[in-house]
Every structure is written in structure tokens, then in C-alpha cells.
Design a protein around this ligand. Structure first.
Ligand SMILES: CSCCC(=O)C(=O)COP(=O)(O)O
Ligand SMILES: [Zn+2]
Length: 214
């Protein structure tokens, strides 16, 4: 595969899908202070070589402009001439694509995901017991118990990226960065959105439940 095989329509479709999910999540106040980033895979996927569309760095994600997205390769380098800079966290997306084969990754910072990550930091994962929305991850057993992994929030993104492979849990489509935000992924944008919404519900639940039991 060569990146020139990514057809204009594929790129435009990925950008349009990103715009749709960005607009929706922005309407829910999920990108405070320019935080958050979103990506969708384009073209064929091979573990060694792939490409994805990602939000440009530092943009106000609650505003739509003609220059919000760009295409990058498996190493996070732009694959076409652009004045845009990919998200500062692109390397984390690269690792998630490489090790899961997923089709879309959405990252948001919320108060509840930050609180839950700090509450359970020493445990290394956020436990959720028997909450119905676990089924959004396609885990259908009764009273399922899951652990959502938490990674340290190093300032140096490559240091975080190198921990991603070891943190990925086969059944759990997400990784939390401590006091930073959730990375949720899925086979496509529809699934990544479902997972993101479920994580956010579960983070709020575990935090409030912990307070009730203090
Ligand atoms: C002001 S948010 C700090 C950076 C961050 O965590 C984030 O999600 C946004 O970074 P980007 O480069 O993708 O705009
Ligand atoms: Zn972030």
C-alpha cells in the first residue's frame, strides 16, 4: 500500500466524520480549553503501515474551520503538505492503532474522568462492578467486573506512548491518563463514541459511589 492510494473521497469522509463527532462532543462541553483530540483511520490497515485523519493541535475544538484536520502516517508524520501540526498527543493514537487495529480514537478531558483517575491511581486501574453500561463494551456477563487502566501523565508524550502497548486490556477499549483524560477507541466512529459515552457514565458513577461510601 502507498499513501497515495488514499483517495480524496476517503480523506473527505474521514474529515466529515471527525467534524460530526467533534461538533457533537463540543455541544456537550467536552473540549474545555482546547483540550481533546479525535482521529479516524483511513485507507488499508497493516500493523507496520497505516494512516489516519486527526485533529490539528491547539485548535478550539468547539469551532469548525476549513483547517481542523490532517492526515498522518503510523509514526504520526503528516503524509501530505500542510501548515497544520497534528495533535501533540498523536503518538498515543499511533500506538493504539498499531496494537488494537481499531478504526477510531476519541480523547476527552472531563472532571469525572480526572477525579476517577486520581481516586484509583494507586490501584493502577479504575474498577467498575456490575454496572449495566459495561455492556456497551460488548461484555455481557451478569455483574461483570472490569478494570480501566490508568497510565501516568508524563509531560513527555513519547514516554506515555511507550507504555500504551502494555496497558491495553483486550476487553477494555480505553486507557485513562492520570488527571488528564480518557482515550476511547472502537472499530469505527460509531463504536468509539459508544465506548466514550459509556466510560464517561462509568467514571461519574464510580466517583459518586465512592463519595456515598465515605
Ligand atoms: C490545553 S489541553 C493540553 C493538551 C491536551 O491534553 C489535549 O488533549 C489537546 O492537545 P492537542 O495538541 O490535541 O490540541
Ligand atoms: Zn489531552
Amino acid at each position: 500500500m502507498s499513501f497515495s492510494d488514499i483517495r480524496l473521497e476517503e480523506k473527505q469522509q474521514a474529515f466529515a466524520e471527525l467534524r460530526e463527532i467533534k461538533t457533537l462532543l463540543a455541544s456537550r462541553g467536552m473540549f474545555p480549553g482546547t483540550s481533546g483530540n479525535l482521529s479516524i483511520r483511513t485507507g488499508a490497515f497493516a500493523k507496520e503501515q497505516f494512516a489516519f485523519a486527526i485533529t490539528a493541535s491547539g485548535k478550539d475544538k468547539s469551532v469548525n474551520t476549513p483547517s481542523d484536520y490532517l492526515l498522518v502516517d503510523q509514526d504520526g508524520k503528516p503524509i501530505e503538505a500542510t501548515g497544520l501540526k497534528p495533535s501533540a498527543e498523536t503518538l498515543i493514537h499511533c500506538e493504539i492503532y498499531k496494537h488494537t487495529g481499531c478504526g477510531a480514537i476519541f480523547h476527552v478531558h472531563t472532571v469525572f474522568n480526572n477525579l476517577a483517575s486520581e481516586l484509583f491511581w494507586e490501584r493502577g486501574s479504575i474498577p467498575v462492578d456490575g454496572v449495566e453500561l459495561i455492556k456497551a463494551f460488548n461484555i455481557w456477563e451478569e455483574e461483570a467486573q472490569i478494570e480501566i487502566p490508568i497510565l501516568p501523565n508524563y509531560a513527555d508524550i513519547p514516554r506515555i506512548a511507550e507504555l500504551v502497548e502494555g496497558a491495553i486490556q483486550p476487553r477494555i477499549p480505553g486507557i485513562m491518563l492520570r488527571k488528564h483524560g480518557i482515550y476511547a477507541w472502537g472499530a469505527n466512529a460509531f463504536e468509539a463514541k459508544r465506548h466514550l459515552e459509556a466510560f464517561e457514565f462509568l467514571f461519574e458513577y464510580v466517583y459518586r459511589w465512592a463519595l456515598l461510601n465515605k
